[in-house]
Design a protein around this ligand. Structure first.
Ligand SMILES: [Ca+2]
Ligand SMILES: [Ca+2]
Length: 374
């Protein structure tokens, strides 16, 4: 393993040694090199010289120790990306074996490792305890090490949980656990000032096109280019103050269950913005409205507006498990705040729903429907 990591580091040297950098990148996790970031393109995009200080890591303990020592060095990193794998955080083999030699002689680091290992997370087999893993393993120590080193921006990445996943098969408990862990990690990052990347699921990245191949969760060159541009855009936004350093870039808004249930891929972020059945409503919008993303007849839309005894009757189709908001306004002038709520329908809603105007003296007005997942 060390030989591989050293080779990776040496590959970077010709590019990094040109002149002093004003932006030190510590990439924790060697997959960062294989999957994700073209440092030259990244440097250009953020208009800063980027010096890569660290090019590998295997296991959370290794990463924690490496980051600890890099952060204490004179050439401290100014920018850290930490790759976190759920297995590393929970599997005792990864946690306690790999990287053991990296602890070194620093007494503070010894104390951190001892504290973590005196209260390790439970065994993972059949019982992933992800909140405990996040809170008790090395991620907090890694973050603290970076902060002690004066790092301005810490980015955490959850490695794509694609090992062993057949996207056409029903999910299992392992998948549920990984996704739960991902949620916990996102939440942890947000509350600890860490930017969280979820670009593996970005709409621009398609599993079939941008990964190396079946069973390999590394991006190919095209995918890497996309990943780099997404990262650059986010870092530029953070540097310009347009985004907070504790925000999350997450593209997974639809539960995997729902995607699988409707024959969509839970690994492919494109599914969310796609309109698989061509009914004008994106798959994400169909999830929100609880309609069928592969049935064009199932979509949240007005079906009819007729007069009944001089009163307008609106009829629409939609799902049954979402909150439906019927709203109206007399002028459509682009100002978003002037829609008035007429009715709120809470689930279960009828698949065909309707509304009858209250009286005869209703002004001419526009209507719209909004859906919201409870
Ligand atoms: Ca659709
Ligand atoms: Ca549909």
């Amino acid at each position: 393993m060390r030989l591989v990591l050293t080779a990776l580091a040496l590959c970077l040297l010709p590019w990094t040694a040109a002149r002093a950098a004003d932006f030190h990148a510590a990439m924790i996790g060697n997959s960062m090199l294989n999957m994700g970031i073209d440092f030259g393109a990244f440097s250009s995009a953020i208009n800063r010289e980027v010096e890569v200080k660290l090019a590998g890591g295997a296991g959370s303990l290794w990463k924690c120790c490496t980051l600890w020592y890099v952060s204490k060095g004179s050439n401290r990193p100014k920018f850290v990306i930490i790759e976190v794998r759920s297995t590393e955080l929970t599997d005792p083999l990864y946690r306690n074996t790999y990287g053991r030699d990296a602890i070194g002689s620093d007494l503070d680091l010894h104390a951190i490792v001892a504290a973590v290992e005196s209260n390790p997370p439970p065994e993972v087999t059949g019982n992933h305890d992800f909140p405990a893993a996040v809170n008790q393993c090395y991620l907090p120590s890694m973050i603290q090490a970076a902060r002690n080193g004066g790092v301005d921006l810490i980015i955490a990445r959850h490695k794509a949980p694609s090992y062993g996943i057949d996207e056409n098969s029903p999910h299992d408990a392992w998948w549920d656990a990984v996704m739960k862990y991902r949620e916990d990690l996102t939440s942890y990052c947000q509350s600890n000032g860490v930017f969280f990347l979820d670009y593996q699921f970005a709409p621009q990245i398609k599993f079939a096109e941008h990964y190396l191949g079946p069973g390999d969760d590394h991006l190919n060159a095209a995918g890497k280019q996309i990943w780099t541009s997404l990262l650059s855009a986010d870092v530029n936004a953070i540097l310009a103050g347009r985004r907070g350093a504790n925000e999350c870039t997450s593209f997974l808004r639809v539960p995997a269950d729902w995607e699988w249930q409707h024959g969509l891929s839970a690994r492919d972020g494109l599914d969310e913005i796609g309109d698989t059945d061509g009914d004008g409503s994106s798959n994400y919008a169909e999830y929100v409205a609880d309609t069928d993303p592969v049935d064009p007849k199932s979509v949240l839309a007005f079906a009819a507006g007729v007069l009944e005894s001089g009163r307008l009757k609106l009829t629409w189709r939609g799902g049954t498990a979402s909150v439906q908001h019927l709203e109206a306004r007399t002028v459509v002038n682009g100002s978003p705040g002037s829609w008035e709520s007429l009715r709120v329908y809470t689930p279960p809603t009828p698949a065909v729903n309707s509304f009858l105007e209250d009286g005869d003296s209703v002004p001419r007005r526009f209507y719209r429907l909004r859906a919201e997942r409870p």
